[in-house]
Ligand binder design. Sequence first.
Ligand SMILES: Cc1cc2nc3c(=O)[nH]c(=O)nc-3n(C[C@H](O)[C@H](O)[C@H](O)COP(=O)(O)OP(=O)(O)OC[C@H]3O[C@@H](n4cnc5c(N)ncnc54)[C@H](O)[C@@H]3O)c2cc1C
Ligand SMILES: NC(=O)c1ccc[n+]([C@@H]2O[C@H](COP(=O)([O-])OP(=O)(O)OC[C@H]3O[C@@H](n4cnc5c(N)ncnc54)[C@H](OP(=O)(O)O)[C@@H]3O)[C@@H](O)[C@H]2O)c1
Length: 280
Amino acid sequence: MVVDNKGIISYIPVLKEDLMIFKIKPSEGGIPDFKAGQFLTIGLHVPSEGKIVRRAYSIASPPEQKSVFELLVRWVKKPVPGRLTTELFNRREQDEILWVKPTGAFTIDEKKHDGTPDDRRMVLIGGGTGLAPFISYALHLKSIGSKREVVILHGASYVDELSYRELLTDLENESLDRGKDKWNFRYRASVSRPQEWFNRSWNGQKGRVESFLRPKLGTDKSPLEELVGESITPENTIFYVCGWQGTVDGALDYLIPKGFVTERHKRKDGSYGVKFESYG
Ligand SMILES: Cc1cc2nc3c(=O)[nH]c(=O)nc-3n(C[C@H](O)[C@H](O)[C@H](O)COP(=O)(O)OP(=O)(O)OC[C@H]3O[C@@H](n4cnc5c(N)ncnc54)[C@H](O)[C@@H]3O)c2cc1C
Ligand SMILES: NC(=O)c1ccc[n+]([C@@H]2O[C@H](COP(=O)([O-])OP(=O)(O)OC[C@H]3O[C@@H](n4cnc5c(N)ncnc54)[C@H](OP(=O)(O)O)[C@@H]3O)[C@@H](O)[C@H]2O)c1
């Protein structure tokens, strides 16, 4: 049975008309324990439906953040307005909202199939709002003092949809300042509609986020391999991908020929090198 808890929408950083961060504060009892990468189900009464509509949202805040849950949400407008998001985007700060305790398996695997610590580089590929779980991953890993190498690759259609760009840039700068032996973090973004006038300032990677895995013209090295300074193999890297199914498929197109297998189709010994959560 679903157990709804009450909360307050405490703050709404607006990124653009149809992309916002919602901070939700439990009305009582505080934030329960959860794992980075899990999702929160939120509920609102939708008058046209005559009932409470509930939907899942990846939690962007880390488990150590004990005052609010943070969600990165796209207002679904097409082909018809989404039921929950249309209601949510018409709510104001201090309005009440329902939430169901976090759950989900898209979490960081600390151990490999054989029980030994997984110290492979983590490459986190997020398409659009699919970045959300990786904000939680990165902040969690930093807060526990993890020494693992973490690379976040984020893709969006427009520069103003590169959510958390400042935070992620700060995390990378901190890594450069303190040294990789203390905090080993890199962040790169890609804009998939570079020809549009709105994106004219963009001088970084162009194309969908999986283009980071494609060898550059005339070389056998991808932009990701150039960034990390070595060839990517299932032995040295694990990939986590969140986004449209097309983003997952696009990443797998490059990874499968390199010998990577997904968690869903793991090898006989239980090993794998790609975990994903997809939508659409
Ligand atoms: C584990 C998980 C994590 C998620 N995390 C996030 C997140 O971090 N951020 C985020 O923004 N979203 C996330 N989602 C997606 C989210 O749960 C919702 O699915 C999304 O916000 C749409 O909800 P909605 O009620 O507004 O749309 P719905 O009303 O459910 O509509 C869904 C889609 O169907 C279309 N549709 C509806 N009715 C019709 C119809 N009659 N004919 C044709 N098309 C129709 C809508 O236009 C829309 O494209 C996540 C989903 C899952 C499963
Ligand atoms: N875990 C989940 O299930 C989950 C998590 C987050 C969001 N969602 C839901 O996903 C929906 C849209 O997400 P969004 O707004 O974040 O994405 P978006 O902004 O529409 O797209 C993000 C990036 O993905 C690319 N893209 C779009 N469609 C693609 C496809 N079919 N294959 C490969 N790449 C594609 C876009 O490229 P172009 O510029 O070329 O279009 C863009 O670079 C929302 O309804 C949201 O609710 C689900």
